[in-house]
Design a protein around this ligand. Structure first.
Ligand code: GLA
Length: 404
């Protein structure tokens, strides 16, 4: 008889400890994460001086004020593991250690992210976290890390859900809130199983700074803006506050035209993707800075409802996306995919909007909106037809507000 209470209390304590430990941190990632990451421009050529400079620039150039928060060190910061298996920073490029860099980034009012991999080796052939997950999470917490990007190289025969769950649990038990960014390239449909594991998951392979290209690297390809956009089909129902479809770090300022950069940024924003700049912030043009810090577009991305835009109208070269926003507002994006300028007439009254996923509906013959163009500041309303001229590869982004 005495055994029963003991058994029950044992079961209870297991249940309680699972409640506490086996969940992701839920106070981060409520809106898509905004930040910068070293990979797209620097690859493995990174060091502590450069990372600290990026934090300085993010504060000085208005990005922090616009909402950017994370400075993320991608692959290749690693040295070897010590005798007990704890990971060390590469002594040559990070001689002060990661904690010193984290302290510096924090002193600027920003947060810091780091990178690891579910396999034994990262994609850059540095030590991965396989078999060291809890140890690594403890190190990250002790250094003051706020964000972990967790990659998927060297993972043959590893179960993806189990691998990402292990790291989630390791991070949770290390006790410091960290955003957990799953980077599994969409290979195993993480949108179907990662809602409770990560705060975002990559939906595709790596991005390239080009409009509509595929670059083959043998066993994998990297993709331009339109290619990544088209791979989002069917995924919007999986996104929401705390769990986002990640369209990959941005290539704004990395060689595309101004129109393409504007479209890339606006599309990632309206599709509620994390917005992680991937350019050299120290050298960017004023045009690039203005794109990255457009507060109207950022507000669309950061809207509290966290609804990923719907492709509302597909008119061939012109596609129209719509995103329900807080307080009855909507963001509407007109994309010109074509290589030439398009004139386009949009008759609001003729096009009802019905979103079965977010349960929003608009009959534009009965409901009227004022709008503001997020890129030009021009205003208008939905009572009359909209006549647009959209340059090649460009967008028009409007924020609709109900007429009183
Ligand atoms: C993979 C990821 C990239 C980057 C590199 C680093 O390709 O998808 O985003 O992190 O690895 O090696």
């Amino acid at each position: 008889m005495k055994r029963l209470p003991l058994l029950i209390s044992l079961l209870l304590s297991i249940l309680i400890s699972n409640q506490i430990f086996a969940q992701k941190f839920d106070q981060v990632g409520k809106t898509p994460q905004l930040g910068w990451n070293s990979w797209n421009t620097f690859g493995c050529e990174i060091d502590e001086h450069m990372i600290k400079e990026m934090a300085d620039v993010m504060v000085a150039n208005g990005m922090k004020d616009a909402g950017y928060e994370y400075i993320n060190i991608d692959d290749c910061w690693h040295g070897e593991r010590d005798a007990k298996g704890f990971i060390q920073a590469d002594k040559k490029h990070f001689p002060s250690g990661i904690k010193a860099v984290a302290d510096y980034v924090h002193s600027k009012g920003l947060k810091i992210g780091i990178y690891s991999d579910a396999g034994s080796k990262t994609c850059g052939f540095r030590p991965g976290s396989r078999g060291h997950e809890y140890q690594d999470a403890i190190s990250y917490a002790s250094w003051g890390i706020d964000y972990v990007k967790y990659d998927w190289c060297d993972t043959k025969d590893i179960n993806p859900k189990a691998a990402y769950t292990t790291m989630r649990d390791a991070i949770k038990s290390a006790g410091r809130p960290m955003l957990f960014s799953i980077c599994e390239w969409g290979d195993n449909k993480p949108w179907e199983w990662a809602t409770d594991i990560g705060h975002s998951w990559r939906t595709t392979g790596d991005i390239d700074p080009c409009w509509n290209c595929e670059h083959s690297h043998g066993s994998w390809s990297s993709w331009g803006v339109l290619r990544i956009l088209d791979k989002q089909e069917g995924l919007r129902k999986y996104a929401g506050p705390g769990h986002w479809n990640d369209m990959d770090m941005m290539e704004v300022g990395n060689g595309m035209t101004e129109a393409e950069d504007r479209s890339h940024f606006s599309l990632w924003a309206i599709l509620a993707s994390p917005l992680i700049a991937g350019n050299d912030l120290r050298k960017m043009s004023d045009t690039t800075r203005k794109i990255l810090t457009n507060k109207d577009v950022l507000a669309i991305n950061q809207d509290v409802l966290g609804i990923q835009a719907l492709k509302w109208i597909d008119d061939g070269d012109v596609e129209i996306f719509i995103k329900p926003l807080d307080k009855g507002d909507y963001a509407v994006l007109f994309l010109n995919r074509a290589d030439y300028e398009k004139t386009y007439v949009h008759d609001w009254a003729f096009n009802e909007m019905k979103d079965d996923i977010s349960k929003h509906q608009i009959d534009f013959t009965k409901e009227f909106f004022n709008f503001k163009n997020a890129w030009t500041g021009a205003t208008g309303d939905t009572k009359s037809k909209l006549n647009l001229t959209i340059p090649a590869h460009d967008v028009v982004v409007l924020r609709l507000t109900p007429k009183k």
